[in-house]
Write a protein that binds this ligand. Structure first.
Ligand code: NAI
Ligand code: CS2
Length: 489
């Protein structure tokens, strides 16, 4: 297979965008749109300074030594590959804790870049947990040691909200107009959630600053969609066989979508011609994607992981699992959506299943399963509250919750142990310790976690009974038993 190879644009040295969260998705999504834009327009204004605030110094230093160029391998399927070289990143910085345990090597450089008049947009992919918001209520988690640290030392911030507040404080002091803040994380209403984290944190520092941010800073929301699995050794080997030896490369599907609320007071790239959809209200698109794509992803992640299935591709190859995902999407997610006239949600569901069946992506279920406490409210639970309120049962989500609860014990149904990667992992372990022998008490304890489960579900007796029934079926009859039981419901 000879891939189509697209060279990077020349380096232009101007930085108009700072990105927080130099991860795989940023490199395969926002940076690709910006590369397409720069190649088509020649516009020099929108180069990117990308920063890692946590782990990831290797990637930052790797990009620095590679002249800030890397490759994106876009697979439509195992026989169709487009290889792009990306050059829009002009600077990479690290403000996390280095191997010697010191924090914030490049914090001052990053803050100076964010405070610079040249910077007109700050984008983020810091994962759902990077905003330090209570997943169920959206309140700032000011009891978190990282946020507490930023409250105590606001001029030496370590978190994304802290960096945004300090950079905005510097711009306000310099009478510089604020940049636009654009979240590209999988959260509903991600612009307003980012705004809430920033304004609430600013209030603890200076109410006048918080008021200025609330009134003057634009926080448009965006819906982002491209499946970008974490790289595996096999991915790097596959690229090396094509002559691409690039430790900073990313692999992704060919599909990509970015729907953005058009609210950029200091301007933005004219990226509509490069596939970015600019809209007045992104909410319907965001909710549809989070509940149908991400909700079925999470259903697959917990049920598949417990059954020892490793990837999305393998999981959707299981006919009963595939049927469950489709049933969840059409019977439990789609009825909760308010979509524009003519939206065909059945076609959308089938397009998602086709994307999941992409045989050239090794999208590990364990990666999707991580941070469930931060993901499930917007993927399953808020929609289920609405679904239950309209008098419907939610057997698929009840099974999903049972699988998530069992998953958080750190052992699959074959007795294979794994690390539960979640900010609340210790709480889960304590609940399993306390109630492990009593499924009814265990399910009740998980449903009572009011910073994950909306109150309306926690007090929904029928839902709780369905979760408990599914938990018992799953733990006694395995995946096949659980799928057979739900097929009859
Ligand atoms: P990744 O693991 O490659 O990168 C995660 C990034 O988040 C890293 O830069 C890491 O330093 C940063 N991060 C993690 N915790 C943080 C914290 N507490 N504070 C500040 N930064 C933190 O993951 P990837 O694939 O880049 O995904 C990142 C986010 O992008 C996802 O959580 C999701 O919100 C969004 N996304 C990812 C997609 C994908 O398929 N990978 C698709 C659509 C959205
Ligand atoms: C996945 C998402 O890791 C996960 O939680 O569900 O990253 C998913 O790949 C993207 O949202 C697809 O756009």
């Amino acid at each position: 297979m000879r891939p189509e190879h697209i060279e990077a644009s020349p380096k232009l040295g101007h930085i108009g965008i700072v990105h927080l969260g130099l991860g795989a998705f940023h490199r395969a999504h926002q940076a690709v749109y910006l590369e397409r834009y720069r190649q088509r327009s020649g516009d020099a204004d929108w180069g990117v300074c990308s920063a890692n605030l946590r782990a990831g110094v290797g990637l930052v230093d790797g990009l620095n030594s590679a002249g800030y160029r890397y490759h994106v391998a876009e697979y439509a399927d195992s026989d169709t590959l487009k290889l792009r070289e990306i050059g829009v990143i002009e600077e990479a910085l690290f403000t996390g804790r280095d191997t010697a345990g010191h924090w914030s090597r490049d914090r001052e450089a990053l803050l100076a870049r964010m405070a610079s008049a040249e910077t007109r947009i700050v984008t983020l992919t810091v994962t759902e947990k990077g905003y330090f918001l209570n997943p169920a209520t959206g309140d700032l988690r000011d009891d978190d040691p990282m946020i507490a640290g930023d409250i105590a030392s606001p001029e030496q911030p370590r978190t994304a909200p802290g960096l945004l507040v300090e950079a905005l404080a510097r711009r306000r002091a310099a009478e510089e107009a604020p940049f636009t803040v654009l979240s590209c994380d999988n959260m509903p209403d991600n612009g307003q959630r980012t705004r809430r984290a920033v304004v609430e944190l600013a209030k603890r520092r200076d109410p006048a600053l918080a008021g200025w941010i609330a009134n003057e800073v634009a926080f448009p929301s965006s819906m982002v969609d491209r499946i970008v699995p974490a790289m595996t050794e096999a991915d790097f080997e596959r690229l090396a066989a094509l002559g691409v030896n690039d430790p900073n490369a990313v692999v992704c599907e060919a599909f990509t979508q970015w729907v953005v609320e058009d609210h950029f007071p200091l301007g933005r790239p004219g990226w509509e011609a490069d596939g970015v959809e600019m809209v007045a209200d992104v909410a319907p698109f965001e909710t549809m994607k989070l509940r149908m794509l991400n909700g079925s992803h999470s259903l697959l992640a917990y049920l598949g992981s417990l059954a020892g299935i490793e990837t999305v591709f393998e999981g959707v190859g299981h006919p009963e699992l595939r049927a469950l995902l489709r049933r969840y999407m059409l019977e439990e997610a789609a009825p909760t959506l308010q979509m524009p006239e003519g939206t065909n949600l059945e076609a959308y569901a089938d397009s998602l299943l086709a994307r999941f069946a992409n045989d050239s992506l090794r999208h590990r279920l364990q990666q999707i399963a991580m941070d469930g406490s931060q993901k499930l409210p917007q993927r399953w639970l808020l929609g289920t509250v609405e679904h239950r309120r309209s008098g419907h049962d939610s057997p698929c989500v009840a099974l999903g919750m049972a699988a998530w609860i069992r998953y958080t014990d750190g052992e699959d149904l074959q007795g294979q142990r794994y690390i539960v990667d979640d900010p609340m992992a210790r709480r889960f372990a304590a609940l399993h310790q306390a109630h492990g022998g009593d499924p009814s008490a265990l399910v009740a304890a998980f449903l009572a976690m009011d910073d994950v489960v909306p109150g309306a579900l926690a007090t929904d007796e029928d839902f709780a009974q369905n979760v408990l029934k599914a938990y018992r079926t799953l733990t006694q009859g395995g995946l096949d038993g659980a799928l057979a039981a739900i097929a009859c419901s």
